[in-house]
Design a protein around this ligand. Structure first.
Ligand code: FES
Ligand code: FES
Length: 154
């Protein structure tokens, strides 16, 4: 086991992890943060996307030990009390989800995309989110949600 210390959703946390433990399972199983989903386990779907030091990362693709000393944000860390993050609010208002399984990953990837490009074109949105897959929506409303979040200054 290896001792790691990191900040998750603003809270300092120390834990012993196996060196082979993936970050997504550390978040879900050791910290109980089940909002980060596993859709493929092979770096394909983006359902497991979180922010590590502000950058979007597929958490099935990195080991928990690689997050040692980092600041990790999951979907649970976005809302302020009852107030949704502007990207969450935009997904809600634009009906950008059906089953919702992909949604936490899309929300986290959108936050990262808008940080890099606060006013993306539709093509830039589709390119920027190409690492996230959705089986339900056809993507149209997801693009509308990202545009709405950009207008809201997310
Ligand atoms: S579960 Fe990580 S990319 Fe699909
Ligand atoms: S809303 Fe069902 S997979 Fe995207």
């Amino acid at each position: 086991m290896t001792r790691i210390a990191l900040t998750v959703n603003g809270s300092r946390c120390e834990a012993d992890v196996e060196p082979r433990q993936l970050l997504v399972y550390f978040l879900r199983d050791q910290l109980g943060l089940k909002g980060t989903n596993v859709g493929c386990d092979t770096t394909s779907c983006g359902a497991c996307t979180v922010l590590v030091d502000g950058e979007s990362v597929k958490s099935c693709t990195v080991f928990a030990v690689q997050a040692d000393g980092c600041e990790v944000t999951t979907v649970e860390g976005l809302a302020q009390g009852d107030e949704l993050h502007p990207v969450q609010q935009a997904f809600h208002e634009q009906h950008a989800l059906q089953c919702g399984y992909c949604t936490p990953g899309f929300v986290m990837a959108t936050i990262s995309l808008l940080k890099e490009n606060p006013n993306p074109s539709e093509v830039e949105i589709r390119d920027g989110l190409e690492g996230n897959l959705c089986r339900c929506t056809g993507y149209h409303n997801i693009v509308k949600a990202v545009q709405a979040a950009a207008r809201a200054g997310a």
